[in-house]
Design a protein around this ligand. Structure first.
Ligand SMILES: Nc1nc2c(ncn2[C@@H]2O[C@H](COP(=O)(O)OP(=O)(O)OP(=O)(O)O)[C@@H](O)[C@H]2O)c(=O)[nH]1
Ligand SMILES: [Mg+2]
Length: 322
């Protein structure tokens, strides 16, 4: 795990603020339209940065250098669009000092809670169709949701380094229940059925809406939804609607851009994954007060695998402490 060796030590140099009020993990999802309750997000970057400053974050495969300067493999992120975890103050000064703390292919800044990021054990626990039937042991969980065929089950397998722990298929609609997978005996990854499967019978679609939305609204141990978006194609209306629904309901969300290995321009409608990722950010911008965290991934090359696990670790450890 070369990436861990390179990234984890950096986090030791961070300077947590003294006795901050415990910020909510949910705050960054508040909608601008919800003016009555809008407040400054604890995830916002330090106001000392000029608003138009950008950093060029490398998005290339983990084996390549973190400081890759190939412009084709970089994404420009305005500093105010970074996801800054609670208890982190960004270093003042140059953008390069900030870049050293941003996970590759993402807008996520590393904070002081990234311990235990590696997966050592993963086991399937149960399938449920109702929130009440889900495991009741109170440990934190992260749910994978997205359009049918976007790559939820494949990503789960990539994260746990197993080929078929979660079943995948070229045919949409493979996953039909809330499937709990226990990781390191201490947290859950949850595989959910996909939405937007046009060929599914009406009854199945209605049922999906009902039980997944109930799960999101009522599952108290849900730390963050991982909303998967296919980065090899332009943004779909249904994905934008879904992101907006999660925001409106103040359900914490991380955007996981999948299939970033698919770079053939013609099939991608002429756009590279980085461009589709940027377009998606721009399209959802008006719905959110602060930028949600996002990561670029591929289950084929395992791009983004270590980054997701570090992000999950810092959210999970923060959630456990507060
Ligand atoms: N090129 C590429 N293909 C992928 C990637 N992730 C998944 N796929 C392919 O996409 C198809 C669907 O993958 P699944 O993981 O079953 O998708 P899902 O979102 O779980 O689908 P449902 O369970 O039907 O909702 C399979 O053929 C995968 O091999 C990726 O990162 N890159
Ligand atoms: Mg699936």
């Amino acid at each position: 795990m070369l990436l861990h060796c390179r990234i984890l030590p950096r986090f030791l140099f961070l300077n947590p603020t003294s006795n901050p009020p415990p910020p909510s993990l949910y705050a960054h999802l508040l909608l601008l339209t919800n003016k009555k309750t809008a407040f400054a997000s604890p995830f916002s970057h330090s106001a000392s940065f000029a608003p138009r400053s950008h950093i060029a974050v490398p998005v290339s495969a983990p084996s390549e250098s973190f400081l890759d300067t190939d412009e084709d493999h970089q994404i420009q992120i305005p500093l105010e669009k970074l996801f800054v975890p609670p208890e982190v103050e960004l270093p003042e000064g140059s953008a390069s000092a900030v870049l050293g703390r941003v996970l590759k292919g993402s807008n996520i800044v590393l904070g002081p809670y990234t311990r235990d990021a590696q997966v050592t054990t993963a086991e399937f626990v149960k399938s449920s169709v109702r929130t009440e039937d889900c495991p009741a042991d109170g440990i934190p969980e992260f749910a994978l949701v997205g359009r049918s065929n976007v790559g939820k089950s494949s990503l789960l397998n990539s994260l746990v380094r197993r080929k078929r722990l979660a079943l995948t298929s070229k045919k949409p609609g493979k996953t039909q229940c809330i499937n709990h997978f226990r990781i390191n005996d201490s947290w859950y990854l949850v595989d959910l059925p996909g939405y937007g499967y046009a060929a599914a019978p009406h009854e199945v679609r209605t049922n999906w809406e009902k039980f997944t939305k109930d799960y999101f609204l009522n599952r108290e141990t849900l730390v963050s939804v991982l909303l998967l978006i296919d980065a090899s194609i332009p943004a779909k209306k249904i994905d934008l609607e879904y992101a907006s629904w999660l925001g409106q309901n103040q359900i914490p969300m991380t955007l996981i851009f999948t299939k970033c290995d698919k770079r053939k321009k013609k099939r991608n409608g002429g756009k590279r994954p980085e461009e589709n990722v940027e377009d998606f950010q721009n399209l959802i911008r008006e719905f959110f007060q602060a930028a949600p965290p996002w990561i670029m991934t591929s289950s084929v090359t395992n791009q983004g695998r270590d980054e997701i696990l570090l992000h999950i670790a810092q959210l999970r450890n923060y959630w456990l402490k507060h």
